[in-house]
Design a protein around this ligand. Structure first.
Ligand code: HEC
Length: 442
């Protein structure tokens, strides 16, 4: 049902192999520890931003890592102690058991370091290890889960495996590979030619948002690391705000180009599956697995309205072109219209529940909502008659992403599908003008 769970795995299953410090331990230290243990802010006299520092004792003089002996390792003792005042990460929830178990096994098996330069930052080590794992040619097409068009309209960014891939829109040819990105990319936003935001993570483990310059891929910044996948992300039309939400039920909003976090909140009781920015730039809409839709003030993070009425997980949202209303689509095929005022049941159903998930929504024009479905169709909705108006296209596999490419001459539909294909259609023609498998080597 949920697209994030339906991913094909490209890697062979991890057998009881050796634990990789750079891939399995370093990400936890980066996300949970480095903010308090780095140069300039070494709490307890202890730094964790490089491997070399990690092995040096802090104020207590107790060895942080004793190879082969987890119970004598101060680092392991502090992440597992039941004394909440002593436990690391300080003033936060304990690490999940799967992470402390990995640390235990890593130390017990000799605390081996698969690291070329112990003086390098943990983040650089992680980037390097992930880069190596990107296959030259994909063993099979990877489902497309996120797409973003460059402001110029000539390049399309696509979700890859530990990378974003950039494709020429006219020819469907691979232009660039931006590696060192999250394992699964679930949202992309192209803000200016030099700012591409990439979000995703590893389900159940970690989430990330990156800001990269596509023409200088080494020029990149990680805006945030989270406890679980980032599932949705949107930029304001003026490119000054970037908001993301995900499987930690949190919404975060960053100011651009600085990347500074301006607010963070937990508006939903379950995963945030879809997001939209209002065309006027004032509001953000969130769709959640908790069956509600919220309208949130973009400047403050305050919830302005809550819309109920869906009977199952809400997967997608879009604002009407005048920013006044929101439409929302759910996992059982219903599309509701959320009016101006909230805390009331969404006032109208645009499409009664059908069989298939509404994975992405958009507007062809003010009166014509579009929906991409789990059944492989892109349909337009007749809002007055409350039914599907036209089936614009029908493909073999679920349509995860829907974009509109507007030029002076025509409006084109760009779709990303579960079969790995990107297809570009002219409205009114069901055969794509261009289609390609957006996986390197295919
Ligand atoms: C919010 C800040 C914060 C975070 C996050 C944090 N720590 Fe700490 N850490 C501290 C403080 C403060 C001390 C000093 C001892 C104390 O106050 O308990 C400390 C002490 C330590 C020490 C003992 C140093 C010594 O020899 O005295 C270790 C080891 C340690 N932390 C590891 C970690 C690990 C591993 C993580 C991540 C899982 C982590 N810390 C996350 C604040 C933090």
């Amino acid at each position: 049902m949920l697209r994030t769970l339906l991913f094909l795995s490209l890697t062979a299953p991890v057998v009881a192999a050796e634990i990789s410090f750079s891939r399995q331990i370093a990400p936890t230290l980066i996300d949970q520890c480095v903010e308090c243990h780095r140069s300039g802010k070494a709490k307890g006299g202890y730094r964790l931003d490089t491997v070399e520092c990690m092995l040096l004792p802090g104020d207590s003089k107790a060895a942080p890592v004793v190879p082969g002996r987890p119970d004598e390792s101060e680092l392991y003792r502090l992440v597992t102690t039941h004394d909440v005042d002593d436990r690391m990460p300080k003033k936060a929830e304990a690490l999940p058991e799967k992470d402390t178990r990995l640390m235990r096994e890593w130390i017990a098996s000799g605390a081996k370091l698969d690291v070329a330069d112990p003086k390098a930052s943990l983040q650089a080590i992680l980037n390097e290890s992930v880069k190596i794992s990107v296959p030259e040619k994909y063993p099979r097409p990877l489902p497309v889960t996120a797409l973003a068009l460059a402001p110029s309209g000539s390049t399309l960014a696509c979700s890859g495996y530990f990378e974003a891939t950039l494709w020429n829109v006219a020819a469907g040819k691979l232009q660039e590979r931006v590696s060192g990105m999250p394992e699964r990319i679930l949202a992309l936003a192209w803000i200016t030619e030099g700012q591409l935001a990439v979000a995703g993570g590893t389900p159940g483990r970690s989430g990330e948002v990156w800001l990269v310059n596509p023409s200088l891929p080494q020029e990149r910044r990680r805006l945030v690391g989270t406890r679980d996948c980032v599932l949705a992300m949107v930029a304001s039309p003026d490119g000054r705000l970037l908001a993301c939400g995900g499987a930690d039920n949190q919404v975060r909003c960053f100011e651009l180009p600085s990347g500074r976090l301006i607010w963070q909140s937990e508006p939903h009781a379950d995963w945030i599956m879809g997001m939209a920015f209002s065309p006027d730039g004032h509001h953000i809409a969130t769709a959640s697995r908790d069956r509600t839709v919220k309208r949130i003030g973009a400047a403050t993070g305050e919830v302005e309205a809550t819309f109920t009425g869906h009977d199952c997980a809400v997967l997608s949202v879009a604002f009407t072109p005048d920013s006044a209303e929101i439409i929302s689509g759910d996992a059982e095929g219903a599309i509701l219209r959320c009016g101006r005022t909230g805390d009331a049941k969404s006032d109208a159903s645009l499409r009664p529940a059908g069989r298939t998930e509404m994975l992405a929504l958009g507007f062809l024009d003010a009166g014509t909502p579009l929906a991409a479905t789990g059944g492989g169709a892109v349909v337009s909705i007749d809002a007055k008659a409350r039914r599907t108006k036209d089936r614009i296209t029908l493909y073999e596999d679920r349509v995860n992403v829907l974009l509109l490419l507007r030029t002076d001459k025509a409006t084109r539909l760009v779709t990303g599908c579960h079969d790995g294909k990107v297809r570009i259609n002219e409205i009114g023609k069901s055969e794509p003008v261009l289609q390609f498998v957006a996986s390197p080597g295919w």
